[in-house]
Design a protein around this ligand. Structure first.
Ligand code: SIN
Length: 296
């Protein structure tokens, strides 16, 4: 297995490994490399059956579609017979029916942050990718946090943010009205999380807000909340915190939603077909700087 860093912000490329056949010790090496690279890995040149993809994803933890349900609005995009695989695609079948969610995630977001137990790893497998275009951008929210002033870190460390599926579903217009299910607005897809969380594996502090799903900062007037969140989003999107992934067929990309947000660039017409497995995280916990100092 060879591991090569892709950018100072985040990301590493792994070659010389077959995901369908990896041993426990190779998996531990991958997991460490993933944490070392701020939560982004691309495993090149994979050829995987759907059940191999799901089996690999289960090594990271319980899956949406198995241990917990996806939101209703995306159920029709799951791969038939594989409730844990969400199809992201602009392709249609012979009858003109969509083969997945077209142009999913064309806004900055961390997957499923609107749930009390949101997503940790997402594993997106590029089965058919455009020759050019259709990249995905990733921002390191831990690098962005580290670059803030101490005064801003102190302020943010006390705050909570409300995350709501309604933000992407309704306000940004990224879901067609006909795709939305009423059950998605019954409260299950709304959660409150600290603005600065402790990554449960690395212990690093990281921002946990995103334009896709964060509706507001708890206790603030909307105008105050909008101003502070606007500053944070502009800060997080600085080029030095971003890695832009150009897809090759057979890429298995694994990102950590607990310390990154991502944006799918919608600049292509060629066919793009991918399967995503999504791992359920534990409830995010506030980062407490003083505890870290005491425990070293
Ligand atoms: C997603 O947000 O899961 C979709 C990412 C992509 O299509 O590149």
């Amino acid at each position: 297995m060879q591991i090569r860093r892709l950018s100072p912000a985040l990301g590493a490329e792994v070659t010389g490994i077959d995901v369908a056949k990896i041993s426990d010790s190779q998996f531990e090496t991958l997991r460490q490399a993933w944490n070392d690279a701020e939560g982004f890995l691309v495993l090149r040149a994979q050829t995987l059956e759907p059940e191999e993809h799901v089996a690999f994803a289960r090594r990271f933890g319980p899956l949406f579609g198995e241990a917990d349900q996806f939101q209703e609005s995306v159920l029709k995009n799951l791969l038939p017979g594989q409730p844990a695989l969400y199809r992201v695609s602009n392709k249609k079948d012979a009858k003109g029916e969509p083969l997945g969610r077209e142009r999913a995630g064309t806004y900055w977001h961390s997957d499923v942050s609107f749930r009390r137990e949101p997503a940790q790893a997402s594993l997106l497998y590029g089965i058919e990718v455009p020759d050019n275009g259709g990249d995905t951008m990733f921002a390191s929210l831990s690098k962005a946090y580290a670059a803030l002033s101490d005064a801003m870190k102190r302020l943010l460390g006390t705050l909570d943010a409300v995350h709501d599926f309604r933000v992407a579903a309704v306000s940004s217009g990224s879901y067609a009205q006909s795709d939305l299910a009423n059950q998605d607005f019954d409260g299950k897809n709304r959660a409150i999380h600290p603005v600065v969380v402790r990554h449960p594996e690395t212990g690093r502090p990281t921002l946990y807000v995103n334009p896709g799903f964060t509706s507001h900062l708890d206790g603030f007037d909307q105008a105050e909340s909008d101003a502070l969140l606007r500053f944070l989003y502009t800060h997080c999107q600085r080029p030095e915190f971003i890695y832009r992934h150009r897809w090759s067929q057979g890429d298995m990309v694994i990102w950590d939603n607990r310390c990154t947000m991502h944006f799918a660039v919608s600049d292509y017409n060629a066919d793009r077909y991918m399967h995503r497995a999504t791992v359920v995280a534990q409830q995010p916990q506030r980062y407490r700087a003083e505890e870290q100092r005491c425990t070293g």
